[in-house]
Design a protein around this ligand. Structure first.
Ligand SMILES: Nc1ncnc2c1ncn2[C@@H]1O[C@H](COP(=O)(O)OP(=O)(O)OP(=O)(O)O)[C@@H](O)[C@H]1O
Length: 205
C-alpha cells in the first residue's frame, strides 16, 4: 500500500510547470520535496492528492489511503477545536480524538472556536486532523508555516511516530525536520521546458 508516481507532468493555469517527475513512497518512508518558490511543489502535491488532474503521467495509489493538508487548513471557524476534530472523526470513522489532541497539545484549547485561534494554533489543529483521519499516506504542503520551535518539534515527533507505525509522508518544506532517513527530491531540475506552440494555444482556450 504505497504511492508510485511515474513520468508525471503537471500544469497550472494550463501551463506546464514540472515534467517527468517520478517518485515512490513505501510504508514507513518520508520524502521531502525541495525547490525554489514558484517551481511547482504545491501543484505537484495537489495533483498527487487527486485535487487536480495531471497533464500527463501516472499517480498510482488507493485514493482512500491519501490525505492532503495544504495552506488552507480546512477548519470550520465557528466550531470549537473539539467539534472540528469530532467532525472529522465522524467522517473518517475514527473512534477517538484524544491522541490527536495530545499530540498537538490542544487540550487547553478544546472549547475555543477555531476562528479564534492564533495562526500557529490553527496550524496545530490542521495537523491534528491528519491523525484523526487514520489514513496512512500524508501529503503535506509547508506543514510548519506559523509553528513555533516547540510546535515544529511536536510535528516532527508526530511524523516519526506515524512512520514508525507504517505510515508515510510526502512533505514540501524548506526546513530540516530532523528525519534522518527521509529521501530528498529537488524538483528544480524537472522544471518544464518552454511550451511548444500547440500547448501554448491550448493554455488560452
Ligand atoms: N491560479 C493560478 N493560475 C496560474 N498559475 C498559477 C496559479 N497559482 C500559481 N500559479 C503559478 O504556478 C507555478 C507553480 O506554483 P506552486 O504554488 O505550485 O509553486 P511552489 O513551488 O509550491 O511555490 P512556493 O514554494 O512559493 O509555495 C508558479 O509559477 C505560480 O506563479
Amino acid at each position: 500500500m504505497g504511492l508510485n508516481v511515474s513520468d508525471l507532468t503537471i500544469a497550472r493555469g494550463g501551463i506546464k510547470v514540472l515534467e517527468g517527475i517520478g517518485l515512490r513512497l513505501e510504508p514507513g518512508q518520508a520524502l521531502v520535496l525541495r525547490g525554489p518558490n514558484g517551481v511547482g511543489k504545491t501543484t505537484l502535491l495537489r495533483t498527487i492528492a487527486g485535487l487536480q488532474p495531471p497533464h500527463s503521467g501516472q499517480v498510482e495509489a488507493d485514493p482512500e489511503t491519501l490525505v492532503y493538508a495544504g495552506h488552507a487548513d480546512g477548519l470550520k471557524p465557528t466550531l470549537t477545536v473539539e467539534e472540528n476534530l469530532t467532525f472529522w472523526a465522524r467522517v473518517f470513522c475514527t473512534p477517538d480524538i484524544d491522541p490527536a489532541i495530545d499530540a498537538f497539545q490542544l487540550d487547553a484549547l478544546r472549547t475555543r472556536p477555531a476562528g479564534a485561534l492564533s495562526a500557529g494554533q490553527k496550524r496545530r489543529l490542521g495537523l491534528a486532523r491528519l491523525l484523526v483521519t487514520g489514513r496512512p499516506i500524508w501529503i503535506l504542503d509547508e506543514p510548519t508555516v506559523s509553528l513555533d520551535v516547540e510546535a515544529v518539534q511536536m510535528f516532527a515527533d508526530t511524523i516519526r511516530s506515524h512512520l514508525g507505525q507504517g505510515g508515510s509522508a510526502l512533505i514540501a518544506t524548506h526546513i530540516d525536520l530532523g528525519l534522518p532517513d527521509a529521501q530528498i527530491l529537488d524538483v528544480g531540475p524537472f522544471r518544464a521546458r518552454a511550451m511548444d506552440p500547440e500547448d501554448f494555444d491550448e493554455a488560452f482556450l
